[in-house]
Design a binder for this molecule. Sequence first.
Ligand SMILES: [Zn+2]
Length: 399
Amino acid sequence: MIALALLALAAQVHTDFEAGNLGGAEWVSKDHLRVAVAGESDQDRRNRQPSWFYFRLEDVAGRGLVIDITGLAGEYNYRRHDGSGMRNMKPVYSYDNRNWVHLDDAEWLAGESAIRLRLKPSRNTVWIARQPPYTNAHLERLLAEVRKSGFVREETIGKTPQGRPMRLLTVTNPAAAEAGKKVLWLMVRQHSWESGTSWVAEGLLRFLVSGDGAARRIRQAAVFKILPMCDPDGVARGGVRFNQWGYDLNRNWDAVDPERMPEIHAQREAILGWVDSGRRIDLFVTLHNTESADFIEGPLTAGGPAMKALGERFWKLLVDHTSFYSPAGARDGRASTTPGMKGRMSVNQGLFHDRKIPAFLMELMVDRNPKLGRCPTVADRLEFGAGLARAMAAAAGAE
Ligand SMILES: [Zn+2]
């Protein structure tokens, strides 16, 4: 309510649309706007993460705007930070809420935990966001298109605290027998601010149902199981990484509570149910965004030589054939993000712990990617999605 009251005072600043979110807005002069990132904390009011903002300005054509985005200090894995990990952030703007351009004039204000943007809009209406948004509405539009292919089967595996369906997609050529097919699981948007990963998933899905020869071979030889939107409530409200009750959806895999974290419960039941019914998982990948590094991380040592070889093969395929910028190689994961503390296992850590599933975390940077020479655009993410489908299939021996 406080946020709404502040916004009411700040005429011309709007967040009344899916994923729109700000903590407050104030014009300090006619063309100088200060907006605060809302940020969210966990069930114990710890680990405040301020990584999402998305708002619309009206009546701004021709004005030389200075926009300060404040409140970027926070806490990650119980360590406080001043937000300077976001110092190279280039937010995006759009005149139509569809086509996004990175704002190059972005300056880190050291000591203020804020970033200063300068923009002279050529139109009256401009949207500004941390990175190109991808909402539940985007996913619904995509599913309406790809389900026509006949290669996508949809299931609802559970409901969120706010009653939204948790979806599971199966993508394969149903005319080819399941026996012998490699099985590849992909998980997307455990963390709602990480919209870049949804554009990757869209690219992957569009590729998999396409007429491309490699896609046809992959549909023949593999089954993709995709959890395309793991925190639909968070995405709807413009959240960061916690569900309605404050639970981080990529922690707590060792402390699953069906009431407080029905998302994790539904996802975990679907994955373990698959394995426990005697079916295989050749590779499991959960997609995430981070500020400044691309990497994969999995149980290279704990999983033994075959796991290490799988991780290294997957990493090399990505590095050789996509924009994945990861010079240091595949990372060896730990058993928990906070050893000795319950509720701190991520999905990949939990699945390896529970069933020795070859589960990997993939982080994709939002800042400038040296291989691309720019911050990844929507087109870059879509293209990476096709490359990811091929790399996953090839790593598992299905292409
Ligand atoms: Zn994440």
